[in-house]
Design a protein around this ligand. Structure first.
Ligand code: GTP
Length: 308
């Protein structure tokens, strides 16, 4: 099963950087060495075994954009599952960016009317002023420019976990059986008396599903209140874990060790992260001190058949 994902936005907005961070496991510090993308760079990323993301990284220089919107229009915009449009948070070329964005949206509606649209307000680390306020203002600006189209806006930066959150949500809508996975994870969580069970994709470490249903993204693009969380756990815990595990895998690679699994036993909680299937890792977090991590590992072993 193939899903076409278009990655578009002005030149230098950070498209290739985020692709290399999420899919090629490069650290953020290396992205400054990336050259401008010439025309379209196509990548096939195997995700969860049989789902293949056909990622089109569209170079953002004006000449390329003009060509996507004229000669190449049908090639670029047909069969699209998701359009991700990247805007730099602080840019002087916003009017031009919005003009290109609107033209792309028109072309998308013509050739792929069912495609989902995600807008990333990127390089949030460079935002001048309070980040939530800047994001709210940008979100409104983008909604106004979208002419009533259904769009989801995220604030992102390659220097923190926000990029994982956005990309986890994006791939989530491409996974056909995500709700079934969530149900199985809830069963596993109950069997382990776990606070929560989380499923990650193996190479990207993006979150695929969790035992607790994720709250719907708020309509105004603002962050959910921590109090809305059922276990009073940090609302950023999933993407923080993705980011930390990715960094840990780097550290392992640097010391020529292979990352296999992780086990933590602390006073407050214990956690086991282990391979569940060929393409996934599962994390089980338990706050009950009477439950041994060995039992969690055994439950993971027993659950494998169900998930394969
Ligand atoms: P084209 O290929 O020309 O379309 O550009 P692009 O959108 O692919 O931009 P690219 O990924 O090459 O990034 C341009 C620069 O932005 C690089 O020097 C990155 O290091 C930097 N960059 C990317 N993401 C971020 C971010 O979140 N914060 C900051 N401060 N810089 C970023």
């Amino acid at each position: 099963m193939k899903k076409k994902v278009l990655l578009m936005g002005a030149s230098g907005s950070g498209k290739t950087s985020m692709r290399s961070l999420i899919f090629s496991n490069n650290p953020a510090s290396l992205t400054s060495r990336l050259g401008a993308t010439i025309d379209v760079e196509q990548n096939h990323v195997r995700f969860l075994g049989d789902l293949i993301l056909n990622l089109w990284d569209c170079g953002g220089q004006d000449a390329f954009m003009d060509s996507y919107l004229s000669l190449q229009q049908s090639t670029i915009f047909q069969h699209v599952g998701v359009l991700i449009y990247v805007f730099e948070v602080e840019t002087r070329s916003m009017p031009k960016d919005l003009e290109y964005y609107r033209s792309c949206l028109d072309a998308l509606r013509r050739y792929s009317p069912d495609a989902a649209v995600f807008l990333l307000v990127h390089k949030m680390d460079l935002a001048r002023g309070s980040r939530p306020a800047v994001l709210a203002r940008k979100t409104q600006e983008l909604r106004d420019a979208s002419g009533g189209a259904d769009v989801t806006v995220f604030g992102t930066s390659i220097y923190d976990e926000s990029l994982y959150k956005a990309w986890s949500r994006i791939v989530h809508i491409l996974i056909p059986n995500a709700s079934v996975l969530s149900r199985h994870l809830t069963t596993l969580a109950t069997a382990c008396s776990a606070t929560e069970v989380v499923l990650f994709e193996r190479t990207t470490f993006l979150v695929i599903a969790t035992s607790t249903p994720s709250p719907a993204p708020p309509a105004n693009g603002a962050e959910p209140e921590p109090a809305a969380d059922p276990h009073m756990l940090a609302p950023t815990r999933y993407e923080r874990t993705s980011e930390l595990i990715k960094a840990f895998k780097h550290a392992c690679a640097r010391s020529r060790e292979e990352f296999r699994a992780l086990e933590m036993e602390l006073a407050e909680f214990s956690a086991v992260l282990d391979e569940l299937t060929k393409n996934t890792y599962v994390l089980i977090v338990v706050h009950d001190p009477t439950i041994e991590t060995a039992a969690l590992r055994m439950n993971i072993r027993l659950a494998r058949k169900k998930f394969e």
